[in-house]
Design a protein around this ligand. Structure first.
Ligand code: HEM
Length: 229
């Protein structure tokens, strides 16, 4: 049993809802996508090394998140937050000003937003590997692509400002709505991992497994970039 002081601390800080690896994933992904967007739009030719490294980082992070979605703690798991249309509709119907049904992890709509963000930034990273500007810069796997696939990859990658910009914009808008309309403070939880209004059990941390999967994901991306070209 917990000592009384531990219980008081827990009640004060709230429940751990996001483990450290998920938070590290989130903020590194936000930074890497930020670097890619900035260098892609404003960086010019000299910034393309940064753009590519940002893209490789995004790919390793998305791969890690797929693995963590299967092997990570409860709130990180796809099986915890991917729900059918009926559950999503019931969640939407239950929403009202100042009231959003409380969950420990992602809500049924937010769960699908996670998938959408991973798909869009992942596709942007993969197509970048096969993209060229026809002048100075080629993605590291460009030579492996057929003409048709290289053209398609170029087109998809070129839509990045709209697709990546769109999902990130929606993400930030959704957070603002949660804060303003439903009075939920989600940002603090993605920083500290804790939600003060929750009193249930902390999610497991799984530090070794998370570190191992991070190294594995980075290793797979490194191997693809080293041995495939
Ligand atoms: C390029 C920028 C960003 C990307 C690609 C991104 C992506 C994501 C993803 C994939 C998740 C799901 C976490 C998971 O389960 O893996 C998430 C959640 C979250 N993000 Fe971001 N994010 C970005 C920027 C931001 C920024 C700038 C903020 C803060 C202002 C933020 C705050 C949050 C919060 C609070 C959650 C948890 C939402 C919840 O409680 O369900 N994100 N983000």
């Amino acid at each position: 049993m917990n000592k009384p002081t531990d219980e008081a601390d827990h009640a004060h800080q709230g429940t751990l809802v996001w483990d450290g690896w998920l938070r590290l994933f989130h903020w590194t992904l936000a930074a890497a996508v930020g670097v890619c967007v900035y260098t892609g739009l404003f960086g010019g030719f000299e910034a393309m090394d940064w753009h590519q490294w940002g893209g490789f980082t995004v790919l390793a992070l998305v791969l890690f998140r797929l693995l963590w979605g299967m092997a990570g703690p409860a709130t990180a798991r796809f099986s915890d937050f991917l729900r059918g249309p009926g559950t999503v509709l019931a969640y939407l119907r239950a929403l009202g000003p100042g009231q959003a049904p409380q969950r420990r992890g992602h809500n049924p709509l937010g769960g699908w937003a996670v998938v959408l963000i991973l798909l869009v930034v992942g596709l942007q990273g993969v197509t970048g590997l096969f993209t060229t500007d026809d002048l100075f810069v080629e993605g590291p796997l460009y030579d492996l692509a057929s003409d048709g696939w290289a053209r398609l990859a170029n087109q998809i990658h070129g839509l990045g400002p709209w697709t990546v910009g769109g999902v990130v914009g929606l993400h930030l808008l959704a957070l603002a709505v949660h804060r303003g309309v439903f009075k939920e403070r989600l940002l603090g939880a993605m920083v500290s991992g804790r939600r003060p209004e929750h009193t249930g059990e902390d999610v497991q941390r799984r530090p070794l497994l998370g570190g191992g999967l991070m190294v594995l994901a980075a290793g797979v991306v490194w191997a693809v970039l080293t041995y495939l070209p």
